[in-house]
Design a protein around this ligand. Structure first.
Ligand code: FE2
Ligand code: FE2
Length: 179
């Protein structure tokens, strides 16, 4: 696996860890309404900054286009579907935030569950179909160049020390809500 795809696969693992937290939080009836609303607002921030601006940003601006000229109609269809899912994810994130801001827990819960289902399917397809297709068609040197662009996206969207901050937020949810 080249550097660029490895980077995205690692981000997928982090996002999947958060999808698992969503499931466990929703199954836990001991969490107060106040803590739940706080979680959904923090979750909307995490998705917006990390999963969307950083991770989807890397895919949309630096990766998906490498597939288009290389794999014909199938590749184009795959990209259109993946981009559409990024849009659906953005809409669900807005819904999580707006529901949590007005204290509507059931709507925030429903939007977060939909987001979780959407992303599980999306990430599985990227890992199992899209990434192998790309890796068959570009060289490790090309991936190295793409990885350089990824680092720039990361710096722009997360800032200095951004990854450590994100890790701290995830750990905080696991400690405060689920232990
Ligand atoms: Fe994606
Ligand atoms: Fe992805």
């Amino acid at each position: 696996m080249g550097k660029a795809i490895h980077d995205l696969v690692q981000e997928h693992e982090k996002i999947i860890r958060v999808l698992e937290i969503i499931k466990k939080v929703q199954e836990n009836d001991k969490i107060s309404e106040e803590a739940l609303l706080k979680f959904y607002l923090e979750l909307a921030d995490f998705i917006e900054i990390y999963a969307d601006k950083c991770h989807h940003g890397k895919e949309e601006h630096n990766l998906y286009h490498t597939l288009a000229p290389l794999s014909g109609e199938t590749g184009k269809e795959m990209i259109i579907k993946l981009l559409d899912e990024h849009v659906q994810a953005r809409n669900l994130t807005k819904l999580i935030r707006s529901a949590a801001l007005v204290g509507n827990i059931s709507e925030a819960t429903s939007a977060a569950a939909k987001y979780r289902n959407l992303l599980i399917d999306h990430i599985t397809r990227e890992n199992e179909e899209m990434f192998p297709t790309i890796e068959k068609r570009i060289t490790l040197e090309q991936e190295e160049v793409i990885h350089g662009h990824f680092l720039a996206v990361e710096k722009r969207t997360l800032g200095e020390g951004g990854v450590a901050r994100i890790d701290g937020i995830i750990k905080g949810w696991e400690t405060d809500l689920l232990s």
